[in-house]
Design a protein around this ligand. Structure first.
Ligand code: SF4
Length: 252
């Protein structure tokens, strides 16, 4: 596919396109399972942060398959795609561990939109980060308030900024587990394909990374994995704050 190819003209579904296990996939899966078991045993209370993207549905599936005591939470920003909301509803029904939804403070959203407009995020990085602060960071703080550790779907392959992601990060007060840190995109889809895991329909429309509708677009072949996130900004700015260390955050 070239950069000019219309993604909607391609019919193949994401598992068929992407599933390709690494030679050491089974060893990676065993390490991931052991890491999640350790998180549940030694770091309780611990929770999984799910964006309902491919990596996160794999982690949720493993948590449920191993019957681990790791509840899941989703930040429902009020700006998610219909496909993501549909998967959220299905996940809440199918998951054996609870799935809690955290939403922004409605009054803060209303005031921000009234003051800055619906499209404020496109006008400046500061306004985009202000929107992320209200819709993501404040609900995230509530979701993590009583947690000793949390689990994410970060992978080193996703971007240059994530190239050094460790399997466990204990450099902050709350430990962060990244159990898929060394998985490839092909590994993720191999797991989804071989286990029949429910996934976000946006992946069939060439959205590798799942986020808010105004800030996430499909990508073309040859584009970076996260090229569809905040595509109007410089590469260095492309994190919403969820995965930025405290000592790396710009002053509010
Ligand atoms: S990703 Fe976009 S819509 Fe979502 S909270 Fe951030 S700026 Fe707002």
């Amino acid at each position: 596919m070239t950069a000019s190819t219309d993604a909607s003209t391609l019919q193949a579904r994401a598992p068929q396109l992407h599933a390709h296990a690494s030679a050491d996939f089974n060893a990676k899966l065993a390490r991931t399972q052991a890491l999640l078991q350790r998180a549940a045993a030694d770091f309780a209370p611990v929770t999984q942060a799910s964006s309902l993207g491919a990596e996160d549905v794999v982690i949720t599936h493993i948590i449920n398959a191993l019957a681990l005591d790791i509840p899941i939470f989703v930040l429902e920003t009020g700006a998610l795609h219909a496909e993501t909301l549909a998967l959220l509803a299905r996940t809440r029904v199918a998951s054996r561990v609870p799935v809690t939804v955290y939403r922004p403070v409605q009054e803060a959203v209303v005031q921000f939109v009234a003051r800055e407009g619906q499209d404020a995020m496109y006008r400046s990085i500061d306004l985009r980060k202000a929107c992320c602060g209200i819709r993501k960071m404040e609900p995230l703080a509530r979701a993590l308030a009583d947690q000793k550790a949390w689990i994410t779907g970060l992978r080193r392959e996703q971007s240059a900024a994530r190239a050094e992601v460790p399997a466990i990060d204990t450099t902050e007060a709350r430990a962060k587990f990244n159990p898929l840190s060394d998985w490839t995109w092909g590994d993720v889809w191999h797991y989804i394909a071989t286990r029949g895991v429910d996934y976000n329909a946006l992946h069939d429309q060439f959205y590798p990374s799942i986020g808010c509708a105004p800030c996430t677009r499909a990508i073309s072949l040859g584009e970076e994995f996260r090229a569809g996130r905040w595509w109007w900004e410089d590469e260095a700015a492309k994190e919403c704050g969820l995965h930025v260390k405290h000592n790396e955050r710009a002053p509010a």
